[in-house]
Design a protein around this ligand. Sequence first.
Ligand SMILES: [Zn+2]
Length: 192
Amino acid sequence: MPWYILIRRERKMSEKLPSKFQVGDTVWNARCDWLPVEQPCPICYGNREVKLTLGNGDEMMLPCNYCAPGFEAPKGVVAQYEHVVAPEPVTITGVEIKCSGGVVQSYYRNGCFGYDEDRLYEFKEDAAKRGLALKAELDHDQNTRVDNLKKSKAKSFSWNAGYHMREAKRDRASAERHEQKAVLCKARSKKD
Ligand SMILES: [Zn+2]
């Protein structure tokens, strides 16, 4: 049966704890969040419209529907979610220490937020390095999920072209396959 000692210390208690960091220390959290990042539209390149050549050679300008959310006007930019590394300073206001089988684990708090010890670093550079390692892991998981997603049948040709180009950028290993599909979609939309 494991045994536990739980020590809680709140701000202003001066007693030194058997943990890596102390109450009152400001350390760096190796933060890596899944956030929307704005990028130029990969279909209209910010022009907000695209040219469609009809079968008889006539040309039409159409609003780009890849960067138009719902019924809104095209924006020329798209928000693509990415794992973003952003080390953040955290001042420790509470420490919890758990001992089990001779192993001591510390858990830190700042108000209602909690942090594992392996996410906190004394120096920003170390937190950034750890954040990049987390990003590599999370990106790998994300790419695996994307590969397994079924493609929607109801998407427009321009959406498909944009989708395949975006996936090509995200995953170089499958770049060739996706780009072939994007070219195919473009060729088809020219014929229609
Ligand atoms: Zn666009």
